[in-house]
Design a binder for this molecule. Structure first.
Ligand SMILES: NC(=[NH2+])NCCC[C@H](N)C(=O)O
Length: 280
């Protein structure tokens, strides 16, 4: 079980069914241009089903969580925490409306017999959208709108004794999470809004031999960088993001397109919706 990289072959994921999406509040700058009460829940459900079907069709096992109606943002299961090969580190949501998700996902993971190796607590906040493997031993942690210094410190306390090296990536909070700006798609290629990434992080990527497929700031807001790596040079990406999809194909990647537009209005995409449970 477990996840030992960001680009190993994806075998099992956790998705969380959308519920009551209009009852939330818009929590981030990316989502704020849409009035939440106008979001079409039936369409969001259809899109969820589309993603689920795509995963299943690709031979990836999908576990489905069914959150309570009080958890309109739980559809972004990624944010529950981080998964390494030893088990899951549960996060601590920064926004009040998402706090109850931790207990919910805790029980879901227990039911699935997934070990929980730590939890961020107290003044520390950490959301899984900020957690990115760079290689088997190196993990980048975004410090934007949701994960704070104390959350990062607690993560170090949990992961460094296990042999992981962590790197903080402070960025503009308007971009919400690291996974809105940066995603590794093969062991040595990432897609990124590079102008938004801090210089020490760009240097680290260079040292690790990771090259970038780059794009403009506007693609942060169209969820262009929020792709899901499947391993074996394959990714799931949004059908409408033709420019970034073409750039990935030019690098020899196989891009599986999914038609998701309505869910994006809540400020998350395919990567945010997917919590990887197992990669080989
Ligand atoms: N990993 C992500 N980028 N998640 C997006 C989360 C969006 C959600 N509406 C929130 O603001 O919390």
């Amino acid at each position: 079980m477990g996840v030992n990289s960001g680009t190993g072959e994806l075998k099992q994921v956790l998705l969380s069914q959308p519920t009551n999406v209009q009852k939330g509040e818009q929590l981030n700058e990316i989502a704020k241009k849409w009035e939440i009460s106008t979001i079409d829940e039936a369409l969001v459900k259809q899109e969820f089903y589309r993603l689920q079907t795509l995963y299943t069709g690709l031979g990836i096992d999908v576990e489905i969580a069914t959150p309570a109606e009080t958890m309109p943002h739980a559809v972004f299961a990624r944010d529950l925490g981080g998964c390494v090969k030893e088990g899951v580190i549960l996060g601590n949501f920064a926004r009040e409306i998402r706090k109850s998700e931790t207990e919910f996902f805790h029980s879901v993971l227990e039911t699935l017999a997934i070990p929980i190796i730590g939890e961020i607590t107290g003044a520390g906040t950490f959301e899984g959208g900020d957690f990115a493997f760079l290689n088997e031993h190196t993990i980048a942690v975004g410090l934007l709108d949701r994960t704070n210094q104390e959350g990062y410190r607690q993560l170090q306390e949990i992961l460094e004794p296990l042999g992981y090296r962590l790197h903080a990536v402070p960025m503009n909070p308007d971009y919400l999470h690291l996974d809105m700006c940066f995603n590794l798609v093969t062991p040595d290629i990432a897609i990124a809004y590079s102008k938004g990434l801090p210089a020490p992080f760009l240097e680290l990527l260079d040292e690790l031999g990771i090259t970038l497929i780059e794009g403009p700031e506007s693609e942060v807001f169209t969820h262009g960088y929020n792709v899901q790596s499947l391993g074996n040079r394959q990714v799931i990406s949004l059908a409408q993001n033709t420019t970034i999809n073409e750039k990935m194909r030019q690098k020899g990647l196989t891009v599986h397109e999914v038609a998701i537009t309505e869910t994006l209005k809540l400020g998350g995409g395919v990567h945010c919706m997917t919590f990887p449970l197992q990669r080989l």
